[in-house]
Design a protein around this ligand. Structure first.
Ligand code: HAM
Length: 433
C-alpha cells in the first residue's frame, strides 16, 4: 500500500530541496520567537490540540467561517463532540480560567507555538495543518498594551530580517459602536444587495462586518464609498484608538489605518490589526490580532481585558525565502568517525561513545562501504572533523584528525584525542550557534 500525506498538509524534514520545510529553519524560527517572548516578559503555555467543539463555537463565533466551515470536528468513543483547534486564543483563555491562573496575579502574558487546523481550500500560504506563534496579554485594558503587542510582532519579523511589511490597524469599537455602524452599513448596502457576491449576501444578516474584508473584486468596488466604522466609535473607543496611534508614533512604529480590517474571528473589540508582506501572494497576512475585552466572560470567567496576536510560521518562512534571507541548515556534527574493517569498528564505536558522553556531537559510520561515500555523509552532516580508523591506526595508536573545513590534518595519539577534542569543542563557535 502506497500512502500519501492528506491534502493541505506537509512534512518538515531534516533535508529537502524546499528550504522552508527544513527542520532547522523551523527550529530557528521557534528559537527567535522564544527569545522575543522572553524579552517582552511572556511565559510559555501549552494547551492540547483538540478541545470541546463548543469552546470554539462560543469563542471564535458560530457564524465565523472558521467555525461554520473550517473545523475538523469528530465524535470520540464517548460521543463527545470535539474539534482540532483552529486557533490558539480560545484554548489559552479556557486553560487560564480552568487552571485559575488569575489567582496568581492581575497581569498575565502568555505565549504559544504549535499546530492549528482549518479545513480550507489549500493554496499557496494556506494549509490545513499550519503552525502559529502567538501571544496573549490578560489584565491590561490600556492602548499601550495593544501597541506593545504590535511592536512585539514587528520586532519578531525584524529579528528574522524580514522587510517590506505593512501594519494595518483599525478599531471595531464596542457593541454599541458596531450596532450604530451596522445600521448605517446596512442602509448603504441595501440598494446594492443583488450586486453583492453570494458570500456577502449571506453575511449581510449574519455577520455584516465581514463583508468589509470580502476578496470579491465587485464587492470591493461597491465598498469604496461605504461608511467607515471609525466614524461610529463611542467616545471611549475613539479615545482608545487615538491613544493606540499616539503610542505607536511614540515608539516609531509605522502603520496604516485601514477601516476595512475587521478580522474573521468574532471575539474582538476596539483594536484589530494585521501585518502583511508584499512578498506573499493573495494570502499576504503574516500575522494579526487585536483586543478582546469580553472574552473571559463568554466562558463564564470574571471579566478580564485581553489583547494578542498570532502569526503563521509557513508564511513567515516563505517570505524569508522570497527575500533571500538565509535559513539555517542542520547543526553540524563535531566529529565523524569512519572505521575501516571489523577491528576498527569495535575500537571506533567505543571512542564515539566516549566523545558523545562528553556532550560533543559525534557520529560514526557503522556501514562503511566506500570511504568516499562516508566522507560525503560527513559533509552532509557539516562535520567539523573526520577521523579515519584502520588497522594501522589501531597498531600505532596514532590517529589523524582531518579538519573538514580547512582540508588540513593533524596527528594525535589515541589517549590524547578526547582532551584535544574537548578543548577544540570549547573553543569552537559551533556549540554557540
Ligand atoms: P488569524 O488571523 O486567524 O488569527 O490567524 C493568524 C495567522 O495565522 C494569519 O495571519 C496567517 O499568517 C496564519 N494562518 C491562518 N490560517 C492559515 C492557513 N490555513 N494556512 C497557513 N497560515 C494560516 C488568529 O488565529 C487569532 N487567534 C489571532 C489572535 C491572537 N488574536 C488575538 N490573539
Amino acid at each position: 500500500m502506497h500512502y500519501q500525506i492528506p491534502k493541505g498538509l506537509f512534512d518538515i524534514l531534516p533535508y529537502t530541496d524546499e528550504p522552508w520545510r527544513l527542520t532547522s529553519a523551523w527550529q530557528h524560527l521557534e528559537k527567535v520567537f522564544h527569545k522575543v517572548a522572553l524579552d517582552y516578559g511572556f511565559q510559555e503555555i501549552r494547551t492540547p490540540i483538540f478541545e470541546h467543539t463548543d469552546l470554539f463555537a462560543r469563542g471564535v463565533g458560530a457564524t465565523s467561517d472558521i467555525v461554520s466551515k473550517e473545523m475538523y470536528t469528530f465524535r470520540d468513543k464517548g460521543e463527545r463532540l470535539l474539534s482540532l483547534r483552529p486557533e490558539g486564543t480560545s484554548s489559552v483563555l479556557r486553560a487560564f480560567i480552568e487552571n485559575n491562573l488569575g489567582s496568581y496575579g492581575n497581569i498575565h502574558k502568555l505565549y504559544y507555538v504549535g499546530p492549528m487546523f482549518r479545513y480550507d481550500r489549500p493554496q499557496a500560504g494556506r494549509y490545513r495543518q499550519f503552525h502559529q506563534v502567538g501571544a496573549e496579554v490578560l489584565g491590561v485594558p490600556s492602548a499601550e498594551q495593544d501597541a506593545e503587542i504590535i511592536d512585539m510582532l514587528l520586532e519578531f519579523f525584524v529579528r528574522l530580517g524580514i522587510k517590506n511589511t505593512t501594519i494595518y490597524i483599525n478599531s471595531i469599537g464596542d457593541i454599541e459602536s458596531r450596532e450604530a455602524f451596522r445600521k448605517a452599513f446596512h442602509s448603504f448596502l441595501t440598494p446594492f444587495i443583488p450586486k453583492l457576491s453570494k458570500e456577502s449576501q449571506s453575511r449581510l444578516e449574519k455577520n455584516p462586518l465581514r463583508i468589509l474584508d470580502s476578496k470579491d473584486p465587485e464587492d470591493q468596488a461597491l465598498l469604496k464609498n461605504a461608511p467607515s466604522i471609525l466614524d461610529f466609535l463611542s467616545p471611549l473607543c475613539k479615545d482608545h484608538f487615538q491613544k493606540l496611534c499616539s503610542s505607536l508614533d511614540r515608539i516609531h512604529i509605522p502603520y496604516q489605518i485601514n477601516p476595512k480590517i475587521v478580522r474573521g474571528l468574532d471575539y474582538y473589540n476596539k483594536t484589530v490589526f494585521e501585518i502583511a508582506s508584499s512578498d506573499l501572494g493573495a494570502q499576504n497576512a503574516l500575522g494579526g490580532g487585536g483586543r478582546y475585552d469580553d472574552f473571559t466572560s463568554l466562558f463564564g470567567g470574571p471579566p478580564l481585558p485581553g489583547t494578542g496576536f498570532s502569526a503563521g510560521m509557513e508564511r513567515i518562512l516563505q517570505t524569508m525565502l522570497k527575500q533571500n534571507l538565509p535559513l539555517p541548515t542542520c547543526k553540524p556534527i563535531f566529529v565523524f568517525l569512519i572505521p575501516l574493517g571489523e577491528r576498527a569498528k569495535e575500537a571506533a564505536f567505543s571512542l564515539t561513545t566516549q566523545i558523545r558522553h562528553l556532550g560533543i556531537p559525534a557520529e560514526i559510520d557503522l556501514e562503511v562501504k566506500k570511504l568516499q561515500t562516508s566522507l560525503q555523509r560527513a559533509n552532509r552532516l557539516h562535520a567539523c572533523f573526520a577521523i579515519i580508523i584502520g588497522d594501522r591506526e589501531i597498531e600505532t595508536k596514532i590517529l589523524r584528525l582531518k579538519n573538514m573545513h580547512q582540508c588540513s590534518e593533524e596527528e594525535i595519539s589515541w589517549e590524547h584525542l578526547t582532551p584535544l577534542l574537548q578543548n577544540k569543542w570549547k573553543e569552537s563557535h559551533v556549540q554557540r550557534m
